[in-house]
Design a protein. Structure first.
Length: 255
C-alpha cells in the first residue's frame, strides 16, 4: 500500500483484529455483487470505502424514480442510466483506488459460473428465488463463500453459506429449490427504506470478515430482523445431507 492508502485505511489498520495484514487482504480481494439495488447499494459502498481491490456489479436494470427511496447508490440525475454504470460512478467517487467492473446483464448459466469462479466472495443482493438458487449452486460448485441477504416490507434476513467447510449448509438446504415459495416483490409489497441499508451493510461486514479470515461469520446461522419492532431472531441451520445442491452425491468437482 502507498502512503495515501495507509492514511485512507488508517482507522482499519489501528484495529488489532485487522492491522496492515488484514487491510492488505481487503485491497487484494475480488468481490462479486449480484444486484445493484437496495441491498447492493450499501454493500457496495462500504466494500468500496473499505478498499476492496476489485468489485464486480451485475444487474440488468436501469435506475427508476421509485428506486431512489432506498437505493442510495443512485441519484435523481442518473434516472434512466444502467444501475451498474450509476453504481460505478458512485463507487469511483468514494474510492478511486477500487477497480469497479460494471456488467449490465442478467448473468445466468455458464456466464454466472464464470463470474463466480473469478471472485473470492459473492454477495447475493438480488430480489428473486431463481437467481438466488443459481448463484448458490455455482458458489457450491466452485466453493466460493456466499453472503446472502433479503428484505421485504419490514422483514429482513441475512446468512453466510460457506461450503469450503464441509459442515456448512448451503442456501438450498434452507430453501429447497423444488419447494414453492411465494415470490413477493418490492413493487407490489413495498419495503422500508432503512431495512435494506441494515441488511446490505451487514452483508458488507460479513464479506470483509471472510476476506480477512477474522471473527465468527454467520455460517450456520440465519438472522431474521423484524424492523417494525427492531427485534432480531437467530435460527440455527445444519447441512442437509440430502440437499439436491450440496449433498455429497450432488456436488460437482470444480473445473
Amino acid at each position: 500500500m502507498n502512503d495515501n492508502q495507509l492514511l485512507r485505511y488508517s482507522r482499519h489498520i489501528l484495529l488489532e483484529q485487522i492491522g496492515i495484514e488484514g487491510q492488505q487482504k481487503i485491497t487484494e480481494a475480488r468481490v462479486l455483487i449480484v444486484g445493484a439495488g437496495g441491498l447492493g447499494s450499501p454493500a457496495a459502498m462500504y466494500l468500496a470505502s473499505a478498499g476492496v481491490g476489485s468489485l464486480t456489479l451485475v444487474d440488468n436494470d436501469n435506475v427508476d424514480l421509485t428506486n431512489l427511496q432506498r437505493q442510495i447508490l443512485h441519484t435523481t440525475e442518473r434516472i434512466g442510466m444502467a444501475k451498474v454504470f450509476s453504481g460505478r460512478a458512485a463507487l469511483q467517487q468514494i474510492n478511486p483506488d477500487v477497480h469497479v467492473v460494471a456488467l449490465q446483464e442478467r448473468a445466468q448459466d455458464q456466464r454466472l459460473e464464470e463470474l463466480i469462479q473469478q471472485a473470492d466472495i459473492v454477495l447475493d443482493c438480488c430480489d428473486n428465488f431463481s437467481t438466488r438458487h443459481a448463484v448458490n449452486a455455482a458458489c457450491v460448485k466452485y466453493q466460493r463463500p456466499l453472503v446472502s441477504g433479503a428484505a421485504i416490507a419490514f422483514d429482513g434476513q441475512i446468512s453466510v453459506f460457506d461450503t469450503r467447510n464441509t459442515e456448512s449448509p448451503c442456501y438450498a438446504c434452507l430453501f429447497p429449490p423444488d419447494q414453492k415459495f411465494e415470490e413477493v416483490l418490492c413493487s407490489s409489497m413495498g419495503v422500508f427504506a432503512p431495512l435494506v441499508g441494515i441488511i446490505g451493510t451487514m452483508q458488507a461486514a460479513e464479506a470483509l470478515k471472510l476476506i480477512m479470515q477474522t471473527g465468527q461469520s454467520l455460517q450456520g446461522r440465519l438472522l431474521l430482523l423484524d424492523a417494525m419492532n427492531m427485534e432480531w431472531t437467530t435460527i440455527g441451520m445444519k447441512k442437509n445431507p440430502r440437499c439436491p445442491v450440496c449433498g455429497s452425491t450432488h456436488i460437482s468437482s470444480p473445473n
